[in-house]
Design a protein around this ligand. Structure first.
Ligand code: HDE
Length: 698
């Protein structure tokens, strides 16, 4: 039943090279007796060319780098598995991995940022790539998507222009991994088709708390094809079990310095700890006869189909459960390609997708140095490969036989052409005059951005306004700012008024008159997820900590899957109230509140007295409060929160929650279970928006 998964595992195992045993050798297998000194004349040189080990070692080192991806250079990957729940999709597609619940398909997923180079920070404002390689028994299928459902341009021929505009400017290579600069916004102002994706880029979606807490989208309209060759249009969706959550912009900027690997580390740590992230694959299906029922063109990747209009129907679950062994061999060398299709799935004529189908193979040829990259372990299908493609750089296979052509008799006519089970291109009748142009329905740019804006919750809308104010505020050319503001006015007057107010600009006289209905599914508040699994809680402790209380609260929260770390002024351990010690996971000097989802101040009168006098500890709590995070305190910890003005006096029964600050006066084993319950309830909501958005009820 799990044979494909096991096949991939076996395949990968057979390539593993153990570095932890055996002797140090050259690439030719010759054992070496030293690798710290070159062979020299005497002790002081000169070094000799005869030292083949030194020359080989340095030469290999000189060639370690391959070109980074032109876009999506920075990423993180993981292995996992996908399994459909039932066979219902079998009515629409012959793809077995989507329709047979007995089949578990191995996958490799690579998440990425788009604009930054390989060494850039994870928490920049950007789209995130969400590329999945399914190693199916019928060949590899790649779903190369993003965490936004729409793209910036409609036709692939504009991709180089768009990417050149968003990348660092060519004269001084500034700024790295940032959209807040003149060339991007000049492009945006001239290309209103970018506006929908730009609104997503200014939204919280561009600042994911975790790769594990992002939606994924196939973006384009694809086709599912059944056994009779009948096609149905499809949009693919990934929904994370943990819900969709974001960072605040202020946090992102700090994390970029404090832990530039924040998203990468988070994925790695959770998988290593056995907390495997999961996504539900869903589809929106549109029968062929409804192709022209929409106000927009189904082939336009800057538009989405609201879920309220065409529901997303669940298909199966993907779990990521294994970290790679080697970043370069797996995550860097993985080669995705939109044209890696299997039977039962096909393209549409989306002009963005059509050029992608050219681009991905082309880019791998230069990036991976030749045509044999499909033989790399990470890219190898589990399905058998047999064809007459031969030679080229990096040929690892040893093809056998004399006939390297089809058709042949010398090789017994092999490999044979498949009849049943072969990939069939969907057949469509086309008629039209050739032209460099695009359909009339592609030329409407404001309705869907307005729908997105109108679907936002209060805090999400606030963040969009702040993001526009930040990005446009950074421009050096005021005329670009004005042109963008005119577009915003065409999207929505309120949006333009609010952004103009932040920038101290006059509101343009243009406006948009069309009415749109909101799509509540576009707000990430519609996907809160359940519980607090994998949320990170910082617990501030010092000498004299209430160890019993800490144990009681920690085990209750750990029982719900949260991750707790104790922080103190120093590493090592602290003394507990009444004897014993409590280990310190991190010293305060090495972390910051922005790296956690919530903060607890542990009790113990002496401990709390020293925490209260410790500037970094108090700052830690206040900053978490400013970022609308849940804060809790028990015993003397509650008094500290009161002293620094964050919590009211607890009520008579000793337990209270105000604006996401949860306190109990109880300590030790007397701490009521309701304390951890109340803290978990606030943490599950991720933020206490009321603290920073006063219009939002508690
Ligand atoms: Fe890509 N894109 N793209 N793209 N893309 C690449 O392929 C390209 C587009 C996406 O983790 C490149 O192997 C063109 C849309 C992801 O390895 C390159 C066009 C979407 C990844 C390329 C697009 C994506 C890439 C760079 C317009 C979302 C990372 C290196 C026609 C649906 C995959 C590489 C990974 C990577 C070209 C538009 C997603 C240069 C020409 C739309 C997730 O081939």
């Amino acid at each position: 039943m799990d044979s494909e998964r096991n096949d991939k595992q076996r395949q990968l195992d057979s390539y593993r090279v153990a570095r932890d045993r055996g002797y140090l050798t050259t690439q030719q297998g010759v054992r070496v007796d030293g690798t710290d000194d070159t062979v020299k004349v005497g002790d002081r040189g000169p070094a000799l060319l005869a030292d083949f080990h030194a020359r080989e070692k340095i030469t290999h080192f000189d060639h370690e780098r391959i070109p980074e991806r032109v876009v999506h250079a920075r990423g993180a990957g993981a292995y996992g598995r996908f399994r459909p729940h039932t066979g219902w999709l079998g009515r629409f597609t012959t793809a077995r991995f989507l329709t047979d619940p007995a089949v578990e398909t191995p996958v490799f997923v690579r998440f990425s940022t788009v604009a930054g180079s390989r060494g850039s920070a994870d928490t920049v404002r950007d789209v995130r790539g969400f590329a999945t390689k399914f190693y199916t028994a019928e060949g590899n299928y790649d779903l190369v998507g993003n965490n936004f459902p729409v793209f910036f341009i409609q036709d692939g021929i504009k991709f180089p222009d768009f990417v050149h505009a968003v990348k660092p400017e060519p004269h001084n290579e500034i700024p790295q991994a940032a959209s807040a600069h003149d060339t991007l916004w000049d492009f945006v102002a001239l290309q209103p088709e970018t506006l929908h994706a730009i609104l997503w880029l200014m939204s919280d979606r561009a600042l994911p708390r975790s790769y594990r807490m992002m939606q994924g989208f196939g973006v384009h309209t694809f086709r599912l094809v059944d056994a009779d060759g009948q096609s149905t249009f499809v949009k693919f969706h990934w929904k994370p079990k943990l819900g969709v959550h974001s960072l605040l912009w202020d946090e992102c900027q700090q994390i970029a310095g404090r832990d530039p690997d924040f998203n990468r580390r988070d994925l790695w740590d959770c998988i290593a700890a056995g907390q495997y992230p999961e996504w539900e694959l869903g589809v929106q299906l549109i029968p062929e006869h409804r192709e022209f029922d929409f106000d927009f063109d189904l082939l336009d990747a800057t538009k989405l189909i609201p879920e309220e209009y065409v529901p997303v129907r669940p298909v199966g679950t993907m779990v990521l459960d294994r970290n790679p062994d080697n970043f370069f061999a797996e995550t860097e060398q993985v080669a995705f390609h939109t044209a890696n299709l299997v039977r039962g799935i096909d393209f549409t004529d989306d002009p963005l997708l059509q050029l992608r189908n050219f681009s991905y193979l082309d880019t791998q040829l230069i990036r991976l140095g030749g045509p044999n990259f499909a033989q790399l372990p990470i890219n190898r299908p589990v399905a058998d490969v047999a064809n007459h493609q031969q030679d080229g750089y990096g040929q690892h296979a040893i093809p056998q036989g004399e006939a390297a052509y089809t058709e042949n008799t010398i090789g017994g006519g092999c490999p044979a052409l498949a009849g049943d089970g072969a990939f069939q291109h969907h057949s469509e009748s086309l008629y039209g005059a050739t032209a460099r142009g695009r359909g009339a329905k592609f030329r409407e740019y404001y309705t869907q951005p307005r729908m997105f804006w109108r679907s936002m919750s209060e805090p999400e809308a606030d963040h969009i306004v702040a993001a526009f104010a930040f990005e446009l505020g950074k421009l050096t050319r005021p005329e670009i700012r004005e042109r963008v503001l005119e577009h915003l006015a065409r999207i929505d007057a309120e949006l333009a008024v609010r952004v103009a107010a932040e920038l101290g600009m006059r509101v343009p006289g243009v406006s948009y008159n069309g009415e749109v209905t909101a799509s509540p599914a576009l707000s990430q508040s519609s996907l809160p997820g359940e519980g607090i699994a994998t949320r990170k809680i910082a617990v501030l402790i010092a000498d004299g900590v209430d160890a019993d209380g800490l144990e009681r609260v920690s085990s209750a929260l750990r029982g719900r899957g949260a991750v707790l770390e104790t922080l103190a002024a120093h590493g090592g351990e602290v003394g507990a109230e009444g004897g014993g010690t409590v280990p310190v996971d991190r010293s305060l000097a090495t972390v910051s509140s922005v790296l956690y989802d919530g903060v607890l101040v542990a009790g113990g009168p002496d401990a709390v007295e020293s925490l209260g006098g410790d500037g970094p500890a108090v700052h830690f709590v206040l900053e978490a409060y400013k970022h609308a995070k849940p804060i809790g305190g028990f015993g003397a910890g509650a008094s500290l929160l009161r002293t620094i003005g964050l919590s009211p006096i607890p009520p008579e029964d000793g337990l209270g929650t105000v604006d996401g600050v949860v306190v109990t006066t109880a300590s030790g084993r007397d701490i009521p279970a309701r304390f951890a319950d109340a803290f978990a309830e606030v943490l599950a909501r991720h933020r206490v928006w009321r603290r920073i958005t006063h219009a939002v009820p508690a």
